[in-house]
Write a protein that binds this ligand. Sequence first.
Ligand SMILES: [Cu+2]
Length: 255
Amino acid sequence: MSNENSAMPVVRRSLRLLSGLAMLGITATVASPSALAAYEVITVTNGGTIDGVVTLTGAKPAGVPITVTKNQDYCGATIANPDYVVDASGGLADVLVYLKDIPKGKAAPTEPVLLDNQHCMFVPRVTGAMVGQMIKVSTADPVLHNTHLQDAATNATIFNVAMPFKGFTVTKPLPGNPEMINIKCDAHEWMHAWIKELDHPYYATTDASGHFTLKDVPPGNYTLVAWHETAGEKSAPVVVAAGKATKSAIMLAAK
Ligand SMILES: [Cu+2]
């Protein structure tokens, strides 16, 4: 990794400390964002926009519906296969699109990442997050779920919370270093979601028509990455000009 340097261990320790403090309900003032991570927050004036669409190419696999093995009275007997959510034009939903290695730009989001348990599935299925960002987990279901976050690389548990009743919420910090997080419900083995933590806020998830928008991007040359849980990952160069919208079309092949 080109962005690894000798400062990183210090950065990671600092972020873990902040996460720990947040867990205890203590808020720490961050003196300078650049002291914490390689990413530097600047005032982006006349930034550009990346307007893109991700399309699935090749025949969409039929996708066997999920067989519900527990709480069928509420969850139903089957749930539509979530592997490829594609519209009539081939637009692919639930693709995480992000810039790779952007050193400076707009500020981090101030709101927590949201993850809801909705009719025995996680919503959203895929989302980006800033390192150490808070996550608010909620449930709209009257059945017992648990939300179990794991480091996708090691399966180490990040946290595991029970979601005992409809309307229950819990807010916790995400880990302080960039990683892919795999989320499951141990009560319902078909429930899965993913959060990719990045050290910058330039990420988006494609909507039902495969579209995404990244705003306030400082002008420059970047690499855009598109990640889908089944179709895999693809990178493309993108040039962002001041005050302009750049179009991007990414094609992922069905697997
Ligand atoms: Cu569940």
